[in-house]
Design a protein around this ligand. Structure first.
Ligand code: DON
Length: 303
């Protein structure tokens, strides 16, 4: 497919959105990013990539990391994980304490923060170094050995992550964590601070388009585990606007407050967009606009 015409159209469509929005500021280090940045990348099943705008500029992946920690834990544990975490849409903010309390410490899905903390806890038990295992996996899948943490972002979140600390303590109170709260939080904050470009993230998400096969053709997930990750991305990857996102874009996707969104077209390709200005749900305004246009013009959605 010749993407150039579509990329031009997308670049034009996102301009007004870029001018209007603001980057996340609850993690002060993220507020310093230029809100007019925009990138879009496509990677096919054979890892050929193309893109537009700032698609090779690294940014903070934030909650997009939750897709990859989930995949690493599923690869080791299979369906056992689902006894600790639900697979339902949250319908509540990604950092809701009230929802976790009502469910006695069983998070709605692995992408709300409480669910992601449990996944990180499990990855820590499995590997002894959750953040290191994640970084190595992302380096391998993206083919970029320079993928790394941003200590300024990790430190900034550590200093301001009161709500995540509260969630982790609530989980510990319900005996839902195997590791000390401070260790789980530290690995979680560092995993969110990884920086990658749209190009790297589109490649790293490829195993979900290849039904579980990694970049080197080895199997990470069974076909049905890959389906489960895509399914939970569809119902929970964009939090309490997952319905609106499915309505507009129609793809499994995961957003991060750094302004990135990865999306999967199973059996065809992966997409990654970046635009730092986010809406009140934590999803990139430009990213949703771009993905909406992409699936509308190509007709490629899962529906
Ligand atoms: O837990 C946090 O607050 C962040 N490190 C990640 C949140 C995030 O990206 C939510 N996504 N849209």
């Amino acid at each position: 497919m010749d993407y150039q015409h579509l990329f031009d159209e997308i670049n034009t469509a996102v301009r007004p959105v870029l001018a209007g929005g603001r980057a996340a500021d609850y993690i002060p280090a993220l507020a310093q990013v230029d809100p007019t940045r925009f990138g879009f990348a496509v990677a096919d099943l054979a890892a050929h990539t193309c893109g537009t705008g700032d698609w090779r500029i690294p940014f903070s992946i934030q909650s997009i990391s939750k897709v990859f920690t989930l995949a690493l834990v599923l690869a080791a544990d299979g369906d056992r994980l689902w006894t600790r975490i639900g697979k339902e849409p949250s319908g509540a903010p990604f950092n809701s304490l009230a929802q976790l309390e009502r469910a006695s410490g069983i998070p709605r899905n692995p992408f709300v923060n409480a669910g992601a903390l449990i996944v990180t806890d499990r990855l820590l038990t499995l590997t002894g170094d959750a953040r290191g295992a994640l970084r190595d996996f992302l380096r391998a899948e993206s083919g970029n050995p320079a993928v790394d943490f941003d200590p300024a972002v990790a430190g900034s979140e550590q200093r301001h992550g009161h709500r995540n600390a509260a969630l982790a303590h609530l989980l510990a109170d319900y005996r839902r964590l195997d590791n000390p709260v401070d260790d789980v939080l530290e690995h979680y904050f560092w995993q969110c601070s990884l920086t990658m470009s749209c190009h790297d993230l589109a490649l790293a998400t490829g195993f979900l388009a290849r039904h579980g096969l990694r970049a080197d053709d080895s199997r990470l997930l069974t076909r049905s585990e890959a389906k489960r990750v895509n399914a939970v991305m569809l119902v929970g990857g964009t939090y309490d606007s997952a319905g609106e996102f499915a309505h507009r874009v129609g793809l499994p996707a995961k957003s991060g407050v750094g302004g990135g969104i990865v999306a999967v077209i199973p059996g065809r390709c992966t997409l990654c967009t970046w635009g730092p200005a986010i809406d009140r749900h934590g999803n990139s305004l430009a990213g949703v606009t771009a993905l909406d246009l992409f699936t509308t013009r190509t007709g490629w959605s899962v529906f």
